[in-house]
Design a protein around this ligand. Structure first.
Ligand SMILES: *Cc1c(COP(=O)(O)O)cnc(C)c1O
Length: 387
């Protein structure tokens, strides 16, 4: 028997990291001590008190049955409480909050609820790949909005052509941003709300990095802007905030009609997240958040070592005030691909070529702050030899 992938799968963009993955595997094979700054996955363990709560919750047999696809009421209440304390926003836990099996799940499923085939989704580029993939799976068409240094890595909404806007249904934004580490402030979010109202767009804000901030910076919620809840929803994740990427727990909050649509899709494709994991999530959300501050300090120290080291080598490294990425412009004479190949071949350092996140990411590499301070010192030592 021969099986061919569906047209839907054949449409997916090519995986641009094939060559890099191959070279990395080769280097490991040769015995090179590879330093991997490629993956956006915290290296630190989930805090103990969260694990303890899971153990206890896992032992209760009531938790062994099917969960509900919209999430436990107690988790949705904890999420609403966290929103109130963190952003001063009131949410109805029944109608304005959904539990997700990681925010990626909700991001990928959301278009199924609101997008008709042929309709357009506005997606930042470079960007998290799932906005585009979710669009393709739902039969939609992606219009990429370039994020460039000239615009502080914010999309230029006025540059979207009229005919595209007529067919557009959903607008994705993501701040603090992966991969550029850019942040957005109130005037931008206000512009987005006004723009969405004018053009009848649904706004989806991916706030996965809202808690990973440094130097005292506090990221705001999109929902803090008046009128935001009329046009949009916000996605959050416990993955980065509490080192819980493997647990698969996130949330969507905001406009009740949009939340209802997402819940309706989910009730037809999944049966929710294990209640014990939701209970552990409640422990995280209701904690004093000191574990988050501890992680901020660790990432900030790593960032300082990496950024000052890169600068001492003459590289034009920006110091991000949020996310755990450094979005580094490559030196003169290199492309994203040739520079990342150089780092791997000559220094055993893996970073991600910026164009892998979309063509406007050309000219950058992304380095994740997910190895120890000692390893970042080693990174700088190795780079001294080759730059
Ligand atoms: C890591 C990340 C997520 C979170 O994914 P989960 O599915 O919640 O683990 C969402 N958006 C962006 C931009 C990310 O980088």
């Amino acid at each position: 028997m021969q099986f061919s992938f569906s047209e839907r799968l054949k449409q997916l963009p090519p995986y641009l990291f094939v060559e890099l993955d191959r070279k990395k595997a080769e280097a490991v094979q040769r015995g090179v001590d590879v330093i991997d700054l490629g993956i956006g996955d915290p290296d630190l363990p989930t805090p103990d008190f969260i694990l303890e709560r899971l153990k206890e919750a896992a032992q209760r047999s009531a938790n062994h049955r099917y969960p509900s696809s919209e999430g436990m009421k107690a988790f949705r209440c904890a999420a609403a409480g966290w929103y109130k304390r963190r952003f001063g926003i009131d949410l109805n836990p029944d109608t304005e909050v959904a539990t997700l099996i990681g925010s990626k799940e909700g991001i990928a499923h959301f278009p199924f609820a609101f997008l008709n085939p042929g309709e357009v989704v506005l997606v930042p580029s470079p960007g998290y790949p799932v906005y585009h993939i979710g669009t393709l799976f739902a039969g939609g068409v992606t219009h990429f909005m370039p994020l460039t240094a000239e615009n502080d890595f914010l999309p230029d909404l006025n540059a979207i052509p009229e005919d595209v806007l007529k067919k557009a249904r959903i607008l994705w934004i993501n701040y603090p941003n992966n991969p550029t580490a850019a942040t957005a402030e109130r005037p931008f979010f206000e512009k987005v709300v006004a723009f969405a109202k004018e053009h009848g767009l649904i706004v989806c804000h991916d706030a996965a990095y809202s808690e990973m901030t440094y130097d005292g910076y506090k990221a705001m919620s999109f929902l803090e802007v008046p009128g935001a809840k009329e046009v949009g929803i916000e996605f959050h994740s416990l993955s980065k905030t509490y080192n819980m990427t493997g647990w698969r727990i996130g949330l969507a909050v905001g406009n009740p009609d949009l939340i209802a649509g997402l819940k309706k899709v989910k009730s037809n494709v999944d049966s929710g997240q294990f209640n014990a994991i939701q209970e552990a999530g409640i422990a995280a959300l209701e904690s004093d958040q000191s574990c988050v501050e501890t992680m901020r300090q660790i990432y900030q120290e790593r960032r300082n070592v990496l950024v000052s080291g890169l600068r001492s080598l003459g590289l034009n490294a920006p110091s991000p005030k949020a996310t755990f990425y450094v979005w580094l412009p490559v030196p003169q004479g290199y492309t994203s691909q040739t520079f990342s190949a150089l780092l791997l071949e000559k220094a055993g350092i893996v970073c991600t070529p910026g164009n892998g996140f979309g063509a406007p990411g050309e000219g950058y590499v992304r380095m994740a702050l997910t190895v120890s301070t000692e390893r970042f010192k080693e990174v700088i030592e190795r780079l001294k030899g080759i730059l």
